[in-house]
Every structure is written in structure tokens, then in C-alpha cells.
Design a protein around this ligand. Sequence first.
Ligand SMILES: NC(=O)c1ccc[n+]([C@@H]2O[C@H](COP(=O)([O-])OP(=O)(O)OC[C@H]3O[C@@H](n4cnc5c(N)ncnc54)[C@H](OP(=O)(O)O)[C@@H]3O)[C@@H](O)[C@H]2O)c1
Ligand SMILES: [Zn+2]
Length: 348
Amino acid sequence: MKAVQHAAHGGPEVLEAVELPDPVAGPGEVLIAVEAVALNRLDALQRRGPGLLPGFALPHVPGMDVAGVVVAVGPAAPGSPPPARAVGDRVVVDPALHCGSCTACAAGDSVYCGAMRVVGGSRQGGYAELVAVPATHTHPVPAHVGPEEAASLPTAYSMAWQALVVRGGLRAGETLLVHGAGSGITVAAVQIARGLGARTVVTSGSEEKLRRMAKIGADAVLDHRVTDVAAATRELTGGHGADIVLDHVGPALFQTSLDALRRRGRLVFCGNTSGMTASFNLVDAYQRALTIIGSESYGHATFGEMLRWYWASGCEPVIDSVFPLEAAADAHRRLESGDACGKILLTP
Ligand SMILES: NC(=O)c1ccc[n+]([C@@H]2O[C@H](COP(=O)([O-])OP(=O)(O)OC[C@H]3O[C@@H](n4cnc5c(N)ncnc54)[C@H](OP(=O)(O)O)[C@@H]3O)[C@@H](O)[C@H]2O)c1
Ligand SMILES: [Zn+2]
């Protein structure tokens, strides 16, 4: 099969198109003909090096967010029923492969699986014509959804769902403030919040991206370079402030996030793009009874919950660009340019 891998760490040029032996569906697995695969920040981070996920090894075929068609079904895994998929099924992959048997998995807390492997993160991914994955981590794609839309969902929408719904407890009628219009998590957060009946305010340092966010459905957009975000958010909310802020930018906007909250508001954070350590005004935070909530990665059940919501939501996919598989290096350049708004996809 054709695939794109990197045998060394470095710039986008280390990504090379290669011929690899076709993978085989092992016990409990299905073999998928990849129709679309989305890029994630982790692809570029691990390409630059070092490998970040336990089990990462060179050469590495990236590609976590895969949609395609089942072309072979492996035998049943020992002690398990045969894989519940058939040749011809259209599927999307949950890339976080929990083991199902460690203490955390047995307790239904697969986020903290001690043997977690990630498709395209710590085992072969979807920058390829074929990928083999456990059938338990494939989900049927409805007929009205194309492979590019399906591949745009897994990581960004699961992370946003985990942060807003599971951890943040977002409710209809609330106002959500979210930073970073260039992030797939932000795009997903806006669609999820709107779908759940919340109002959304998005900040960015790019006017072009703010225009795109307004088109996607943000109720208000703020350029944080020239706007007092906290004051503007209060103005938009009858003087109160946001009920909930989703912050994955970290130190650069952390105090702004807290300042923009109403009394007893919630700050949910799930990333730290601008640095490792944030300091903030403790007195203000306790006097206004703010809640600061970390949001970890998502679990197996959350992925299914998010997909069921999305399929019924009527959301339009937000796709920045689509490249042929062989142009993976150009796709990485686009990702690292910071200019993208929406998912970047490869089609084998
Ligand atoms: N917890 C998890 O398991 C998990 C999983 C996935 C991702 N993440 C984290 O989530 C975060 C988002 O990831 P991503 O790949 O979607 O986005 P990203 O590329 O890291 O950043 C997206 C946007 O953040 C804004 N931004 C970056 N640096 C900034 C700064 N110094 N000041 C203000 N804004 C800044 C920019 O928005 P504008 O261009 O609009 O200004 C940028 O386009 C990352 O930190 C990532 O590590 C965590
Ligand atoms: Zn486990």
C-alpha cells in the first residue's frame, strides 16, 4: 500500500511517500480502506520530535482521525464475539485504543487506561491507503455524512465535548467564551455550544478567522489584540460576564479568561499552547467564587456520545483544506503556518 511516514524527526520534508506491506486485520480488528484522514497538532509535534506518546517509534505513520470503508474483518479475539463489522461498512475511528482490561478500563474510566495506544500516535495511523484497527473502536457513518466530514470529527469534537459537556456542564441559555479561532477544538466548541442552546463569544488574534467564526455561527467575535475581552464580554451579557470559558491557549490569555467570567463562573482548560505555567489573581478568583476545571482527554463512552449528538445535529463540517496523501508535507506546512481555520485533511 501507499503510505506517508517519517523515519526521522524534523521539518515537514521528513514526511515521505513510501510503499509498505498491506496491514492485516488481526483478531478483533477490521482493515479499513482510508478515504480521508485529518491532521492534528500532535502529528506535527511528534514529527518535530521527540515522540510524545508512550509506545511511539520511528518510522511512524501518523494520522489519528480516520474515515473509510471496511475491506476485511479479522477473526474473533480470544474470548470475544466476532467483530461487529462487515465488509463494505462505512466507519470512522476512535483513535484512543483503551485496552478494556486494566483497572481503569474495568472501572469504566478508559481515559486513564494504563495500556492506551493511539492510532497514528503510537501505532500505524491513517496517512495510508489501509489501516487495521480494533472493530470496537470503529463507528458506523450515516449515509448523509461524507468521509471528509467524518474524519474531521474524532479528536477535536471529542476534546470539545469532554471539556464543555462532561467537565464543564454547559447548559442551554449559558454564554460560552472560547479563544483561538484557529483551533479545531474551538470550531467544535462553537458548534457543540450552539447545538446545546448556548451563546458563543469567540476571540482570536486574526480578523480573517473571526470572520470565519461568525459565518460558522459564533454569536459575537472579539479581536483580543485590540479589544478588552473581559469588558466586551460583560457588555454582551448584561454586565455579568461569561458563564463558562473554554481556554486551551494557556498563560497568554488565562487572566483574561478569569476576568471575563461572571461570579461563580467556570473556566475549563484543556491545553496550554502559550506555555506551561499561568499565574492569576487568587483574591479575585475566590471572592468571585470562580471554578477552575482541568479537562483531560476523552473516554470511549464520550466518543460515542459525541458522535450520536453530531449525527443528529445538522452541523456543517468546517474544513480548511484537502490535500492528496502524497502532499502530506504541504498539509503540515499549512497546519504550522497558523493560518488554517477548520480541519486539514488528506485523501489517499
Ligand atoms: N487535553 C488533551 O488531551 C488535548 C488534546 C488535543 C489538543 N490539546 C491542546 O489543545 C490546544 C489546542 O490545540 P490546537 O492544535 O487545536 O490549536 P493550536 O494550533 O495549538 O492553537 C490554535 C490557536 O490558539 C491561538 N493561540 C496560540 N498561541 C496564542 C497566544 N500566544 N496568544 C493568543 N492566542 C494564541 C491561536 O488562535 P488565533 O489564530 O485565532 O489567534 C491559534 O491559532 C493545544 O494546547 C493542544 O495541546 C489537548
Ligand atoms: Zn485499559
